[in-house]
Design a protein around this ligand. Structure first.
Ligand code: ADQ
Length: 489
C-alpha cells in the first residue's frame, strides 16, 4: 500500500528493550557522544523489510538534570532512539535487583537467592515494586510516542510487566513480547513469589514468543497450572481471549561474518593467529563471564582431557575469551576468581617454559578479531548450563566454511535444537563426557567434519536474524487481524 505522496507505506515498529543499542558518554552540560553497538538484535531489526524501527529503552546512564536529558533525547533522536530515564535507585532495585538477581538466575534454573526465598522479605517486595514502576515508566514513553497502526515489540525478562501496562493505555495497541532467555519448567516458575502477576501481565500481549518450542510449552504449562487457564495448540485462552504463544528461534546476520572473512584486517589477524599457534590445534570458548555459561565446567573438562591424553599436551591450546559482566555483583566476582584459579592451576600442571595449554582473556574482542578467531578454530566449546539460544555457536559455524571445525555444544542451550545434528551434544555437568567429546572432536575424520558442518552451515545461513524478526512481526500483525475477525463473528 502507498502513502498519498506515492512513497511506499512503512509500518512503524517500536522496539522496546531494557537497553538502547547505543553507549552514551556525556561530553558537557548539554552535549553527548553516542556510539551505536552492533549487537545481533540491532542488525536483525535494521534488516526488517517494510518497517521503520524506533528503539525505546534506557541509555545505561544516570542523567538527573533536565538540560542533560533534553540534550541526550535530541542526540538519540538522530539514531532513531528514544530514551527512558531511570534514576540510580530504580536501576539498583529493578535492574540489578529484580532482573539480574531474581529473574535471570531463576529462568536459568539456578533458583532464587537465599535471602529472598520468602515472599515477605522486604528486599523482594521492594525490588518487585521497582520492577513494576520501571516497566510503567517504559510504558509511559511508549504511549507518548505511539501512533495508530504501530507495532510494539517488547523484549526480554526485564519487561514482563510491560504488555499489561501498554494494554491499559490502549487495548488496540499491537503488542508482542519475546523472551531471549529460557522459560523454565512450571515447577521452577511456581517458586517465584510474583509468579501469577508476571504471567498475567505477559498474557496481555497479543503474541508471546520464545526461542524454542520447549520454552513455549513451559510457559503454557505455567499458565494452566498456576493460573488455571486453558492451554490450546495456539496459545493460552482466558475467558475467550486468546494470547498466541509460539517459538521463533533467533538467528544471526551470517553474511556479515562471511563477508568479513575476506577483508584485509580479518585476513591479517588470521595470518597472525595461524603463525602464533602453528603446530597446535585451536580450541575456542567465547562467553560473557556469567554462571550460566559453564566456564569452570568447560575448563575442568579440558583438564580431564589433558590428564587422559598425554600425547596431545603440546599439540592443543584452549583460548577462552570471557567478557566480564555485572562486575559489581559478588557472585560474579567470585566466579572470575574461581576461573582464574582453575586456569592457573592447569597451566602450572601442563604448561612448559614455552607454552601454556589455556589462554584466558577477561575481555571483549572487536568484530574483526573475533571473526578471525572463529575462522582459525578447530573445535569450539559451548558448555552453557542453560542458554536461551547461544549465538556464539552460530557465529562460529558461519566462519567455518573453509576449515569445517567441530562444534561441541551443551544440550541445555536453545541452539542444541537447531545445530544438534551437526554438533557433538554434551551434558556440561558431565566432565568425563565433555573430555571424551574433546578427544572425539580433535580426532574426527575430515569426511565426518564436512558432513556435520554442512548441516549447521545450511541452518545458520538460512535461518537469519532478519528472517526471525520479519516472521515475528508479520505473525504479530496476523494475530491481531485474526483476533479482530473472531470478535466480529
Ligand atoms: P547472551 O547471553 O549475551 O545473549 P549469546 O547468544 O551467546 O549470549 O550472545 C553473545 C553475543 O556477545 C555474541 O554475539 C558474541 O559474539 C558476543 N560476545 C560474547 N563474548 C564476547 C567476547 N569475549 N568478545 C566479543 N564479543 C563477545 C542472550 C541470551 C542468549 C540468546 C541471546 C539472543 O542469554 O541465550 O542467544 O540473548 O537472544
Amino acid at each position: 500500500c502507498e502513502k498519498q505522496d506515492g512513497r511506499p507505506f512503512r509500518q512503524r515498529l517500536l522496539v522496546v528493550a531494557n537497553r538502547l543499542p547505543v553507549s552514551a558518554v556525556r561530553r558537557g552540560e548539554d552535549s553527548w557522544s553516542l556510539e551505536m553497538s552492533a549487537g545481533g538484535l540491532v542488525t536483525a531489526l535494521l534488516g526488517v523489510k517494510g518497517f521503520e524501527a524506533r528503539w525505546i529503552g534506557w541509555a545505561g546512564v544516570n542523567v538527573p538534570d533536565k538540560v542533560g536529558q533534553d540534550a541526550l533525547t535530541d542526540a538519540l533522536a538522530q539514531k532513531k532512539c528514544i530514551p527512558v530515564f531511570l534514576d540510580e535507585e530504580i536501576v539498583h532495585q529493578y535492574y540489578n535487583g529484580y532482573c539480574n538477581n531474581i529473574l535471570w538466575p531463576l529462568f536459568h534454573y539456578l533458583g532464587l537467592p537465599q535471602e529472598d526465598r520468602l515472599a515477605t522479605t522486604r528486599s523482594f517486595q521492594s525490588q518487585f515494586a521497582a520492577y513494576k514502576k520501571a516497566n510503567q515508566m517504559f510504558a509511559d514513553v511508549v504511549n507518548q510516542h505511539y501512533e495508530e497502526g504501530d507495532v510494539v515489540w517488547c523484549h526480554d525478562y526485564h519487561l514482563m510487566f510491560l504488555p499489561k501496562c501498554l494494554k491499559e493505555y490502549n487495548t488496540n495497541m499491537k503488542v508482542g513480547w519475546f523472551l531471549h532467555t529460557p522459560f523454565p519448567s512450571s515447577e521452577i516458575h511456581r517458586t517465584l513469589p510474583s509468579r501469577s502477576e508476571l504471567l498475567r501481565s505477559v498474557l496481555a500481549a497479543d503474541l508471546v514468543g520464545f526461542h524454542t518450542y520447549d520454552y513455549a510449552r513451559h510457559f503454557v504449562s505455567a499458565c494452566t497450572r498456576i493460573l488455571g487457564l486453558e492451554g490450546t495448540p495456539e496459545g493460552v485462552e482466558d475467558q475467550g481471549k486468546l494470547t498466541r504463544v509460539a517459538a521463533f528461534p533467533i538467528g544471526i546476520d551470517a553474511d556479515r561474518f562471511i563477508r568479513a572473512l575476506d577483508t584485509q584486517p580479518v585476513q591479517e589477524h588470521i595470518r597472525e593467529l595461524k603463525e602464533r599457534f602453528a603446530g597446535r590445534k585451536v580450541m575456542l570458548g567465547v562467553d560473557r563471564l556469567d554462571m550460566i555459561k559453564g566456564i569452570p565446567q568447560k575448563i575442568l573438562a579440558f583438564e580431564k582431557f589433558l590428564e587422559e591424553n598425554s600425547d596431545w599436551h603440546d599439540k592443543v591450546v584452549l583460548l577462552q575469551i570471557a567478557v566480564p559482566t555485572r562486575t559489581d555483583v559478588p557472585e560474579y566476582q567470585k566466579l572470575t576468581s574461581q576461573v582464574h584459579e582453575i586456569v592457573g592451576r592447569i597451566n602450572g600442571r601442563f604448561g612448559t617454559l614455552t607454552a601454556v595449554p589455556i589462554h584466558h582473556l577477561d575481555r571483549s574482542l572487536d568484530f574483526h578479531k573475533l571473526s578471525a578467531l572463529y575462522a582459525v578454530t578447530d573445535v569450539a566449546l559451548v558448555t552453557s548450563l542453560r542458554d536461551g539460544m547461544n549465538l556464539v555457536s552460530y557465529e562460529f559455524v558461519a566462519c567455518q566454511d573453509a576449515k569445517k571445525g567441530v562444534l561441541i555444544l551443551s544440550e541445555f542451550a536453545g541452539a542444541a535444537q537447531s545445530l544438534g545434528a551437526g554438533a557433538i551434544l554434551v551434558n556440561p555437568w558431565n566432565i568425563t563426557e565433555v573430555a571424551a567429546s574433546i578427544a572425539q572432536a580433535l580426532n574426527m575424520p575430515a569426511e565426518e567434519r564436512e558432513k556435520r558442518h554442512r548441516h549447521n552451515y545450511m541452518h545458520v545461513t538460512t535461518h537469519t536474524a532478519q528472517e526471525w524478526a520479519e516472521t515475528f512481526v508479520s505473525e504479530l500483525n496476523d494475530t491481531v487481524v485474526e483476533a479482530q475477525l473472531r470478535t466480529r463473528q
